[in-house]
Write a protein that binds this ligand. Structure first.
Ligand code: ATP
Length: 263
């Protein structure tokens, strides 16, 4: 079966250092594929590679077509990428930055025509809780607000696949829950899929349908979330008993016991 997006034998090297080593994946409609693994495992490099920002060997295909053959605007209508390192060095407003997500739909470089653009930007601002900040300068935002702006930009882009590098970055707990639930709702529409890098394994388990565990650029395990996130696989990759650590963390959150009133 052909996936929406699939990579075969992807290898990325920086000089003699192999950062991603013969990795293959298939992302199908309705799947949320979580990419997990320790610092330096190659997760962001894989995302950059899919976004065509890094030279690689192997192939990445959109349905049956090698994405190297697609024009940038056509690729941007299919795949929306949230990079890990986002920055805006000028005083653009929130809505201007979100509006950049519509670039792929403009008829030409200097054309302002994008009939659905305004509504897409409005909706993206609204669902990410940014409507009131729409005229704020990017230079004045907090880290979490800025992260929401870049998420809004990929939503405004209205792609079929979201590729998100650490979407929870800088988000407080309320917005982690809000944004992850939003992505889950977005995914419930036909013809969509998500691939994301996550460090928080609880978020991965809660929202992911599938996972790839990466270590030193190599796939240690891939498959359904429950087949991948086993104690043995996690121990191999993180060098610790992740299940025991999670239980230990959770045990601190018992509800305070009610005082005994003697009645
Ligand atoms: N342009 C580059 N030149 C040389 N080495 C690089 C370059 N970019 C990344 N690396 C190295 O490749 C390895 C993988 O980096 P990458 O950012 O993909 O890891 P990651 O799994 O996303 O890590 P983290 O969890 O810390 O974000 C690291 O050892 C990094 O130092």
């Amino acid at each position: 079966m052909t996936g929406m997006l699939q990579g075969e034998h992807i290898t990325v090297r920086y000089g003699s250092f192999t950062v991603v080593d013969d990795l293959s994946f298939r992302l199908e409609e309705g799947q949320w594929l979580m990419l997990a693994g320790p610092n330096g495992a190659g997760k962001s490099t894989l995302i950059e590679t899919i976004a065509q920002g890094t030279p690689y060997t192997g192939s990445i295909r959109w349905q049956d077509e090698d994405i190297r053959a697609l024009k940038a605007a056509s690729l941007a209508q299919k795949i929306g990428v949230l990079a890990q390192k986002n920055n805006v060095g000028y005083a653009y407003t929130v809505e201007e930055v979100v509006g950049l997500g519509r670039y792929a739909y403009k008829a030409g470089l200097f054309s302002g025509r994008d009939d659905d653009g305004k509504a897409a930007v409005e909706k993206a601002l609204e669902i990410t809780g940014l409507t009131e900040l729409r005229h704020a300068s990017m230079l004045t935002l907090s880290g979490g607000e800025m992260q929401r702006v870049f998420l809004a930009q990929v939503f405004a882009q209205n792609p079929q696949v979201l590729i998100l590098d650490e979407p929870a970055n800088h988000l407080d707990l309320k917005y982690q829950q809000h944004i992850f639930s939003l992505i889950q709702e977005w995914l419930a529409q036909p013809g969509r899929a998500v691939l994301s890098v996550v460090h928080d394994l609880s978020l991965a388990r809660r929202y992911g349908t599938h996972a790839i565990l990466l270590d030193h650029g190599k796939t240690v395990s891939q498959g359904t979330i429950s087949d991948v996130m086993t104690p043995d696989n996690l121990k191999q990759v993180y060098g610790m008993d992740v299940y025991a650590w999670m239980r230990d963390m959770l045990s601190q959150w018992q509800e305070p016991s009610q005082p005994d009133t003697g009645i």
